[in-house]
Design a protein around this ligand. Structure first.
Ligand SMILES: Cc1ncc(COP(=O)(O)O)c(C=O)c1O
Length: 470
């Protein structure tokens, strides 16, 4: 029944309002106040899912979903998840399920090779990869490893001197990680980016900040460079940033949460040039790689740095395999002890698509974004705010009579009006004072017709707003 329900859901997903239209608190009005004492039949439960849960779902798998970044599941991703749940192993160390650990190491080397990551990031080159839940976790783990590496040298009491660097476009994951890791909140540097550098860092933009921190007796220790920022998919120049970092013994983490997947295509791989001098690299396979949430792929050059910070070895986990040092115990590469069999779904995705088809689908999303971009560019009432790098188009309406603030207000109103229609879902960014609408292609079910329809809808809503307001 549940498989049928899922199949029907996907058949009908296009018909639902993409962004849920419910009001806060809607569900408690519909469900009983406490759990039932007696078992209830699955038919009734499924009926409630349809009647009460589905209206409160924002349909990330809808072909008309263009918000945030995609959550590009796939049939094989779901089936992989089912297999993983079927075994339901808790693979904290090798012994607790050797296949879960070994498959993870194998797929991480496979995917690393697809990305042509330098050998030192792979197990075959004495580095290695691990599947975490999300990028927030991956960044926290690497930041803690980098912190402890420095503190072992300068003494724990000097933690207040440590400084973290990113740009004003770096994801808030880094700020959260710094907060959790006990870094002085005043020592988080969000280096300013500008429209002229397309909201990426410039090759030497962190230099003066690092120098003045050093002069002030502080200790730079962690820099997060982003390939594909959340707001506009800006790209930081890895090569020059890593060179600066190296001079100051700063750990560089490369956050390619969204855009990393595209780099399996040779024409996008240049965005990773310079990664050879970074210390860690991560991407979310659950964003744009057909693998259901959660599946963040993290590679590190020096797993021992992670292990020194994250390992514990209580008596109840002691076993011969761990003591032999011949195995990976992934509990020591992450925050939690218990861990899911995530490699199963990634393995199914890699095998069942094959590299050729994965590239083909990614390219088809980029092509759809390009189509949308061309449609925007052909209408004089709109502009593309920043050039497109991947499958995200940042655009806005710019009727010439408006001030900057009025233009922002108009685009806010336009986006709300589009989303309230339930026909598509897009989100916004506010960068350098410019409010823009983000159109992120990449839904697994999205076809060119959805893109063209979405554009027509944007035009219609703009016309309706201009008609009423002006
Ligand atoms: C560039 C970037 N980094 C990090 C994240 C956070 O990812 P997660 O939710 O997996 O922690 C996102 C989310 O969109 C992102 O775009």
């Amino acid at each position: 029944m549940i498989i049928d329900f899922i199949a029907d859901y996907y058949k009908n997903v296009e018909k639902y309002p993409v962004r849920s239209q419910v009001e806060p608190g809607y569900l408690s009005k519909r469900l009983p106040e406490s759990a039932s004492n007696n078992p209830e039949p699955i038919e009734k439960i499924l009926q409630d899912v349809q009647e009460h849960i589905v209206p409160g779902i924002t349909h990330w798998q809808s072909p008309n979903y263009f918000a945030y970044f995609p959550s590009s599941g796939s049939i094989v991703g779901i089936l992989g998840e089912m297999l993983s749940t079927c075994f339901n192993v808790v693979g904290f160390n090798w012994m607790s399920s050797p296949a879960a650990t070994e498959l993870e190491s194998i797929v991480m080397d496979w995917l690393g090779e697809m990305l042509t990551l330098p050998k030192p990031f792979l197990f075959s080159g004495n580095g290695g990869g691990v599947l975490q839940g999300t990028t927030c976790e991956a960044i926290l783990c690497t930041l803690v490893a980098a912190r402890d590496q420095v503190l072992r040298i300068i003494g724990r009491e000097n933690i207040t001197k440590l400084v973290v660097y990113g740009s004003d476009q770096t994801h808030s994951a880094i700020q959260k990680a710094a907060q959790i890791a006990g870094i002085n909140p005043n020592n988080f540097r969000a280096i300013r980016t500008t429209k002229s550098s397309l909201f990426g860092l410039t090759p030497d933009s962190p230099l003066s900040t690092i120098k003045s921190d050093v002069e002030a007796g502080l200790i730079p220790f962690f820099l997060c460079a982003t390939i594909g920022t959340t707001s506009t998919t800006a790209v930081d120049p890895l090569g020059p940033l890593c060179k600066i970092a190296k001079k100051h013994s700063i750990w560089v983490h490369v956050d390619a949460a969204y855009a990393g997947s595209a780099c399996i295509c040779p024409e996008f791989r240049h965005f990773l040039d310079g990664v050879e001098d970074a210390d860690s690299f991560s991407l979310n396979a659950h964003k744009w790689f057909f693998t259901t949430l959660d599946c963040c792929c993290l590679w590190v050059k020096d797993p021992s740095a992670l292990i020194k910070s994250l390992s514990t070895y209580p008596e109840y986990l002691r076993n011969k395999a761990s003591e032999s040092k011949l195995v990976v115990d992934y509990k020591d590469w992450q925050i939690t002890l218990s861990r899911r069999f995530r490699s199963m779904k990634l393995w199914l995705v890699l095998r069942s698509y094959g590299v050729t088809n994965l590239r083909m689908f990614l390219r088809s999303h980029v092509k759809m974004a390009k189509t949308f971009e061309e449609l925007v560019a052909s209408d004089k009432r709109f502009e593309i705010v920043v050039p497109r790098n991947f499958a995200l188009v940042c655009f806005r309406a710019v009727p010439s009579v408006l001030s900057a603030e009025q233009a922002n207000e108009l685009n806010r109103e336009l986006l709300e009006s589009i989303n309230a229609s339930g026909k598509v879902y897009m989100t916004h960014a506010l960068v350098a004072g410019i409010y823009m609408i983000r159109f992120a292609a990449g839904g697994t079910l999205t076809e060119e017709r959805h893109v063209r329809e979405a554009w027509k809808l944007v035009q219609q809503h703009l016309e309706a707003i201009l008609c009423v307001s002006f």
